[in-house]
Design a protein around this ligand. Structure first.
Ligand SMILES: [Zn+2]
Length: 435
């Protein structure tokens, strides 16, 4: 039986007309029709009707960069720049087990869904399939995988290659018929991977037809390190090595010069922009307007609960605009429409998933968020967009649907007792002293 969501203010982005008295017809996992209530097609007569009471419906938010497995250690290291922070957290996180990873991923998926995130690209060191397993179980969509690193360049923790490849192959086999889970193969960064490892991981990704994920040009010291090691910027180094193409997803890209932006644009690679993490780790302000002007797709990411510390794309949307304005002193450098696009359709493009998600349109997956929005002057498309980017947060998220299934309804999960699951995780660790 199909479902008709009606009495909704459907907001699809600044570039598409809003539907103040809108309706969405859903059959199975897909949207089959969307339009004004006045133009309802005949087949809607048989559908199960859900009255949304005038609430706002937007596409599910897409988190293009996360490390869910670390969510057990939220806020354990809040000070220092990227390298100081990484050194401080290593003793806490380098010996985590797969079961720790699973508990962290559970906390992360619950938090993301509560915050209206319906798809996330997750990174881990061990357990390439764990995030997707947890996400699938809770009904969320994911692009999961692990980032390989070279033990000689990143001595903390155990080596994870070719284990990451074996784990990813196994996850692909287990999820062959799972439409909610896709996978990638990744390498941690140009500074913690040897050229041989970067080439090996990229080749394996190509052989399996998977995206390739890497952190790049995140911190100024990283660019100096790569410059000293190879005589090139991180982006030119990766491009010359041959690991950048349309299947490459680069997290951060803060320290880019004009030539790097042109190289990235020509390669077809896309970028996961993490404004809160970049600010917290004193990394800098990524040249997002210049990247997008050059044709590079840029999505938004939360990064981890150690570098952010909330998994909230509403905050990232707001920060993505504010950071550009404070950096350029130009109040028109980026607007709410840009931020919303990066959190939805452009984020889907970054993940190579734009054929199915990121938009509310016939043929697309029914991944959507219901927001309880009011405005003293009444809802208009402009006020809805303004509220979404500059004012609201998870507290306005009333319902979340993924692949046509309501995962969260009236603020409560439909599949599980989330509070109990969270209490079990807290009980498992008991009270671990700080430090
Ligand atoms: Zn990261």
């Amino acid at each position: 039986m199909s479902t008709l969501l009606h009495n909704a203010f459907v907001f699809r982005g600044a570039d598409q007309p809003a539907l103040p008295d809108g309706a969405i017809l859903i059959d199975g996992s897909k949207i089959t029709w969307i339009g004004p209530m006045s133009a309802l097609p005949a087949e809607a007569a048989l559908a199960h009707r859900v009255d949304l009471g005038g609430q706002v419906v937007i596409p599910g938010l897409i988190n293009t960069h996360a490390h869910g497995g670390l969510s057990t250690h939220r806020g354990c290291c809040d000070e220092g720049d990227l390298f100081e922070w990484a050194a401080a957290l290593a003793p806490h996180t380098s010996h985590l087990t797969i079961e720790d990873n699973r508990r962290g991923c559970t906390l992360a998926v619950l938090e993301m869904l509560r915050n209206g995130i319906t798809t996330a690209c997750d990174c881990t060191r061990f357990g390439a399939g764990v995030f997707s397993e947890v996400a699938t179980g809770l009904g969320m969509r994911s692009l999961g995988g692990a980032l390989a690193n070279s033990p000689e360049l990143r001595p903390t923790g155990r080596p994870n290659w070719p284990l990451a490849l074996e784990e990813t192959r196994a996850a692909l086999a287990r999820n062959a018929s799972n439409p909610l889970a896709r996978f990638y193969l990744g390498a941690h960064s140009p500074y913690s991977c040897t050229p041989d490892l970067l080439l090996e991981v990229k080749q394996a990704a190509d052989d399996l037809g998977l995206p390739f994920v890497i952190h790049a040009a995140e911190n100024r010291r990283e660019t100096e390190m790569i410059e000293a090691r190879y005589g090139k910027s991180p982006i030119r180094w990766l491009a010359d090595l041959g690991v950048l193409d349309a299947n490459s997803i680069l997290a951060h890209c803060v320290w880019l010069n004009e030539a790097d932006i042109q190289i990235l644009a020509r390669s077809g690679a896309s970028v996961a922009h993490n404004p809160a993490s970049n600010a917290k780790l004193a990394s800098g302000v990524a040249p997002v307007p210049a990247m997008r002007a050059a044709g590079i797709s840029v999505g938004l990411g939360t990064d981890s609960t150690l570098s952010n510390n909330s998994l909230d794309l509403f905050q990232e949307m707001k920060l993505s605009v504010l950071m550009q304005r404070i950096h350029t002193l130009d109040g028109t450098v980026m607007g709410a429409g840009d931020a919303f696009r990066m959190a939805t359709s452009e984020g889907a493009k970054v993940l190579g998933w734009a054929d199915e998600i990121g938009q509310l349109a016939p043929g697309f997956q029914a991944d959507l968020v219901v927001l309880d929005l009011r405005h003293p002057l009444g809802l208009t498309p402009g006020r809805v967009l303004s509220d979404i980017v500059y004012r609201i947060g998870p507290r306005e998220v009333r319902a979340v649907m993924v692949a046509g299934e309501m995962i969260l309804e009236d603020g409560a999960f439909t599949r599980i007792d989330a509070l109990q699951v969270e209490m079990e995780i807290y009980d498992h660790y008991g009270n671990i002293p700080e430090g």
